[in-house]
Design a protein around this ligand. Sequence first.
Ligand code: ZN
Ligand code: ZN
Length: 182
Amino acid sequence: MIFNVTGLLSGVLGDSRKHKIENEQFMIEDRLLTRINGPIHLIRTDRTVILHADITAVTQETCSRCLEVATVDIRVKMDEEFYPINLDLMDQFGDREADDDFYYDPALIIDKRNFLDLTKALGQALIAAIPIAPLCKDECLGICAVCAANRNLNDCTCPRSRSDLHWKSLDKLLEKGAESPS
Ligand SMILES: [Zn+2]
Ligand SMILES: [Zn+2]
């Protein structure tokens, strides 16, 4: 996911390029992201390159209900600004001083060879877009709280969930309360 932006940097304000990511994959934070797809639009500003992207990908997670493998679809829309190391390439008049104090996110640097590497920034965005409680399927029935059977595979005869059990004992207490004289 590396784009050579030499042409863009040595062009003029407002120049743009379109690219496409097609069926790529990579590892980030011990997670494999596959089927990465989507359009990339790069636009040159006076000192930076703005990137717009609309990316879909797939990863494997653990289902939050049944603990089986869940295949999760992710989508991110990115709007990021990338900063070239070779600022002099863009700044034809050379009348501006480099801003040494400015903090550049290393994921958003265009390197000395004018390569814009999207992998880190895209990886971070995709990881952030993974749902907190992924499901193997929307209608996943989860694990039985009583016998631990995967209820997608095994229709056990236990009360439907732990909360049902609680409610049942609470009902009994309430019945007792109603029976006792006030
Ligand atoms: Zn599940
Ligand atoms: Zn059960």
